[in-house]
Design a protein. Sequence first.
Length: 133
Amino acid sequence: VQLLLAVTIFACGDESPVDTGPPPFEVVGVDPDEGMPAESVVYPVQLILSAIPELSACNAETIRVDAILDDGTVAFNSPFTFDLQSEGNLKLKPDDPYIRGYTYAVTVRGGETGCTDLNGRAILPFYSTFEVL
């Protein structure tokens, strides 16, 4: 009986979950999808985040929409208005229509000086592009 008890305790000890900490704060979805064309020149970019963003830290300094040239350099910034639709659903409405023929890059800065959630966790860096036809 003592041997059976020792084997049972050892087997249960091996199956305990490893604590990896809280899940990362990250962009889990974007619309328009990476590399896809926008449906119109006033199409809002939608970011689906894994947590509620701290809007004072997630702003035009940490989230950008830029028109980019073929070599990846920024041609010009495209200002937008933030709209928190629901928990983790952030809509970026362009202040002016996008210009047809440009590729736009959505960049979310991570790290200590980047966007954070309500718990102060820094977002993982994010980059995606879409084209306005």
